[in-house]
Design a protein around this ligand. Sequence first.
Ligand code: FAD
Length: 407
Amino acid sequence: PGTVLVLGAGQAGFQVAASLREDGFDGRVVLVGEEPGLPYQRPPLSKAYLTGKADAVAVRLRPEKFFTEHRLELRAGERAVRIDRVGRRVALASGESLPYDHLVLALGARNRALPVPGAELDGVVQLRTLTDAEGLRQRLERAGEAVVVGAGFIGLEFAAVAAARGVAVTVIESTDRPMARSLSPAMSAFFRDAHERQDARFAFGATVVRVLGDGRATGVETADGRRFPADLVLVGIGVVPNAELAAEAGLAVADGIVVDEHLATGDPAISAIGDCARHPCRFAGSDAPVRIESVQNAVDQARCVAARLAGRSTAPYAAVPWFWSDQGALKLQIAGLATPHNRAVPRGDPAAGAFSVFCFRGGRLAGVESANRPLDHVFARKLLANGADLTPEQAADPGFDLKALAA
Ligand code: FAD
């Protein structure tokens, strides 16, 4: 069976290693990760970990003995620096080189840096790793006023936690609504309202041009000259896929490592999965391949590659995308790729605190956004998987039996 070498020991890297064993793969499995310690989940870092409800042990994907019991060779704290496709070896920063028969790139993504003067000041932080989260949790204990740059999922999850602690939070966003890249206007408006009721403030259409302060951040300035005081500035303006290793090895890269429907790169001995990969997806609005940043995508792609490498399945990757984000008392769930869409139909009552938006593209269901309506989400995933024919009129009709259609 040979050696499967996995680069990146995050959600996708861990899963491919674990699934290889579940699928009966008997060769060597080596997992190289540049972060120290055991692989962990990122979602709690902006949720339970920040509130103190979860610690570093609770966020671990598995305890240490899982790795020894399953003969998964974890090389934590090691950075891969070069892929030699001809010799089928990977060089590590330590100088060591590791052989492979199959290489899985699960390198994830890194936070986009805020490209303005002052971004290096103390008190300007980002959130991606457990180390980031530990630092942020300590700063949050002392913070009085926080500015969040970017009204995306992570920024808003942080804003909800900070506001609940009594920190004065201002979210600065260059578009005109929260989570604009991913959500319908109706769902954005619902979340804006909810955050404002928790005393967070928004500045839309505003671009941060500088972080103020001398040594320590004291606030930010926007392009229109406004100044927002802050002793803590959280930057959440998106990520950049870690694709350099692949590009340097001559693999196709276009905002992510390009893979086919089996998640293989142009080199049949190399696959790529998770946040770093761009794959063809039948749930997308066009034929262009997509790069999806979610736990579901990382886990299901890992399972698909493991099944192929273990000789279990040759089926292409076809999982329905889904995602969640917890913001204060609200749980947002998205099934499918709801954006772009040309018709958005509400179901349920926003005023009652729970509703969904069914998004249609070219007359077909593209995705469903739900806020505190978990059953809509469950049924939507089934409808999308089955390709069921739901009409906008049915979606809007509170009496229509979604469960029956999804069954
Ligand atoms: P990662 O988990 O980022 O793992 C990649 C690993 O590769 C990293 O540990 C990195 O250090 C390592 N690496 C990179 N380069 C090298 C190298 N050269 N050598 C060795 N190792 C390397 N998704 C949801 O669905 N729901 C949520 O609520 C949610 N919340 C989130 C909250 C936060 C704060 C963050 C940061 C993400 C959240 N996500 C959420 C997204 C989700 O965590 C990611 O989509 C998922 O972790 C992607 O898995 P991955 O394995 O592709 O990448």
